[in-house]
Ligand binder design. Structure first.
Ligand code: AMP
Ligand code: FES
Ligand code: ZN
Length: 300
């Protein structure tokens, strides 16, 4: 097989698209996929200031790189989690990426607030990933709100989205299905629009892009890596994809196109909108937001 664009020797083979690309043609192909998701989902325009949540992994750095190359106005946000060497390396990669390209970066260090993940997890007896999720989501909203951003982009890719969709379907979690979409508009004055511009590019496609663009990312997994169930769904989907290339893309794309609107319509206004946390004013479904409930357990 030759590069489908220029007939040169290919470096990237995409069975899902029945295509192969040389380096020079693959990079713009990937960027066009991202651009298409951004425009068809009406995620943002080149006049918006987009805050990109960057973990230091390949997905979020590839996303930041693609957005900048496509001419979007961006700043990075890194949440340092205080997980030993893993967090130190992640922060270093993000800081170097931003410095080398002269891009603005905000770093929110949880340890500065006494909220390093290992300590929070052991004191609250919560699974590290669950405490980490709560603290990260809060930091994303809070930093975006305080700095006046209206849009926050994350690097969730097709594999993440497909595994989440399979999990939601296996248990028929209709409320979750109604809210699983690549653009989530704010439902509270302190919330920002959340966008996932990589939902239609696979983990492999993103890794190939990061590699060919020479992006230096953290390869090491978080020592508390995602739950076994999520990995099981990813493995199952990988097996299906190997036997029937393109299934993952069709699964997610057609869900967004035809099934998701039906779930959204059956859950009027996505359920009750959040109230304001009585302690910090951020969105809450109770008197306190999830973040302040966690703080209460830490310092009753
Ligand atoms: P994960 O939940 O770890 O799969 O990450 C999903 C997305 O969340 C990443 O692609 C990033 O956009 C964002 N993200 C995860 N961890 C961090 C972090 N420590 N700082 C900033 N953004 C993050
Ligand atoms: Fe949050 Fe690992 S515990 S990334
Ligand atoms: Zn709160």
């Amino acid at each position: 097989m030759r590069c489908v664009r220029c007939r040169a020797r290919p470096e990237v083979y995409l069975r899902a698209h029945n295509a192969a690309f040389c380096r020079a043609c693959y990079i713009p192909w990937f960027q066009r996929q991202v651009e298409r998701t951004l425009t068809s989902g009406r995620m943002c325009t080149r006049d918006d200031q987009v805050l990109v949540a960057v973990s230091g992994g390949k997905d979020s750095l590839a996303l930041w790189d693609a957005l900048v190359t496509l001419g979007y106005r961006t700043s990075g946000l890194h949440v340092a989690q205080g997980i030993g060497g893993y967090s130190a390396t992640s922060r270093e990669k993000v800081e170097r990426f931003a410095r080398d390209r002269g891009l603005p970066l905000l770093v929110h260090d949880l340890a500065d607030e006494g909220l390093a993940i290992p300590e929070v997890a052991s004191t609250t007896r919560r699974a590290p990933c669950s405490a980490c999720g709560t603290l990260k989501r809060y930091a994303f909203d809070r930093v975006a709100h305080v700095h006046g951003f209206a849009i926050l982009a994350t690097g969730h890719n097709l594999d993440d989205e497909a595994a989440r969709l399979l999990g939601n379907l296996l248990r028929w979690q209709t409320t979750h299905l109604a809210r699983q979409r690549p653009v989530l508009d704010p439902r509270h004055p302190t919330q920002v629009r959340k966008i996932r511009p990589l939902v239609l590019v696979s983990e492999y496609e993103t890794a190939a892009y990061a590699f060919l663009r020479g992006i230096d990312y953290v390869v090491e997994e978080c020592p508390y890596a995602e739950g076994a169930t999520q990995l099981l769904y990813k493995e199952a989907l990988d097996r299906i994809e190997a036997g029937s290339p393109g299934t993952k893309l069709a699964f997610v794309r057609e869900f967004f196109r035809s099934a998701q609107p039906l779930f959204a319509a059956s859950e009027p206004a996505d359920g009750a909108p959040p109230r304001s946390c009585t302690r910090c004013g951020m969105p809450a479904f109770d008197e306190l937001c999830a973040h302040c409930r966690l703080l209460r357990v830490l310092a009753p």
